[in-house]
Design a protein around this ligand. Structure first.
Ligand code: HEC
Length: 143
């Protein structure tokens, strides 16, 4: 009788192990770990990630983008073509009345947006310095 109980316990354990084995996905531990990696990975500015290195955010963080580059990457989308009434790059007629508002206003609108002009001109990763050099570049093109 006792040996029957032991046998029963052993069989239960074996069935249990078989079921458990099915729950573990096939593949080596490394393969499983690789599959469990999240699809995307957040690369914070300043981090040395292979993918992130190609992103403008990383260049901005490294301070290697000039005002002209920031303009080309972000502001030009609208200011090259006058999208939604954006003053055209280098168009003195369109820029003079805006420049006449004073630098504080231009800077405030660059940071916070105005009407269809989005805050930071859509460059959310830009530092104040990046935005300032983009603004300076745009104003220099007028003169
Ligand atoms: C999505 C389109 C868009 C992008 C991108 C954009 N702008 Fe503009 N911007 C506008 C529009 C539209 C106006 C005119 C807003 C108005 O006066 O009604 C404007 C106006 C401005 C003005 C004049 C504000 C004033 O007070 O007269 C400045 C300066 C400016 N943008 C700077 C920038 C800079 C710098 C960037 C990039 C970092 C940028 N913009 C990106 C659409 C854009």
């Amino acid at each position: 009788m006792k040996s029957l109980k032991v046998l029963f316990a052993l069989m239960t354990a074996m069935v249990g192990l078989t079921v458990l084995a099915q729950l573990v996905p096939p593949g080596s531990g490394d393969e499983i770990r690789e599959r469990l990696q999240p699809f995307g990975r957040l690369c914070l500015p300043g981090e040395d990630c292979a993918i992130g290195a190609a992103l403008p955010g990383a260049e901005l963080a490294a301070g290697v983008m000039s005002g002209e580059q920031v303009y080309g990457q972000f502001c030009g989308t609208c200011h090259n073509a006058g999208v939604a009434g954006a003053p055209l790059l280098g168009d003195a007629e369109q820029w003079q009345p805006r420049i006449a508002q004073g630098m504080d206003t231009l800077w405030d609108h660059t940071l916070n947006g105005i009407n269809a002009m989005p805050p930071k001109g859509t460059c959310m990763a830009c530092s104040d310095d990046d935005l300032r050099s983009a603004l300076d570049y745009m104003l220099a093109e007028v003169e």
